[in-house]
Design a protein around this ligand. Sequence first.
Ligand SMILES: [Zn+2]
Length: 338
Amino acid sequence: MAKAPKMCFDRLLPRDLKRMQLQREGAAGRSRAISLIGKQWPNGSTIRVRFLGGSASQKDLVRDVAPQWTQHANLEFAFTEDPTAEIRVSFDANDGAWSYVGIDNLDIPLHAATLNLGWQDEGVILHEFGHMIGLSHEHQNPDGGLQWNEQKVIADLAGPPNFWDPETTRRNVLHKYSADQLHGTEFDRNSIMLYAFPASWTVNGVSTHENEKLSTLDKAFVASEALYPPIDGGGSGAVALAVTEAQAASIGNPGEVDLFSFEAASAGRHVIQTLGATDVFMTLFGPDSQTAKIADDDDSGSGRNALIAADLSPGTYYVQVRHYDERRTGEYQVLVSR
Ligand SMILES: [Zn+2]
């Protein structure tokens, strides 16, 4: 019997598993949806990557391949020995290939791996680093039109090399993300985020080929306004806030994420809040870092506004704001006071 394909396991935190829904039978749409909302790093982030073990050649391959993403996304990967690195890459051959998604990585204890490369080739490195920057599986696209032969998929993945129990297979392959959790464009058969599977896995004979390269749409999507657009003159494009002055802003397009920065001139209690009628979600990073998450908040402010109160040391802070409902837009203000 032929071996089942090697499958990737994108690790989701428990709060997201609850939000999944079963695939819709016979969905015929062609739209592609590959970014879970609220997972992306602040635009322009430098993400530090540390290796937990691995041979020189394994590490060299990752350092060589992974930055293909940052030729398109406005992100940098900095390979470092720093124990506080946001990303920890392990090479455990017995643990498959998996990664946490986007800024979920910031919730994993610093001693633990966030991304495992149980085997190494260009395709799997690009795929797992795609998860790391916030992308999910193309085959879980809720409008992808895949009609799984569930029993066959569960049976094949229960054997080598994956040894998945039925629940793992349901979560990673058969279930689809609910549409309101996702950004997306059209379905892309060439996406690096689409895994290969045989026609026997679907009831309508659909199969896919293994993708080893970033597709044209992968490159365009990560550089789009919804994810990591390049900024003229470089940097993050963060809008500078003056402390105690409300800044008018708006989520102008569905899925848009706004980024602000402010200076804490002296140590002390600061309150960062949004104002207005738009239900936004806010995340605070710093000091002097776009990737050191301090807190996030949905509704602690007035009405559906976000509010974070924190004792800050002097430095530069970053505030990421998105709509709670990625299909919606709206105006709001953001105010830093102390
Ligand atoms: Zn994957």
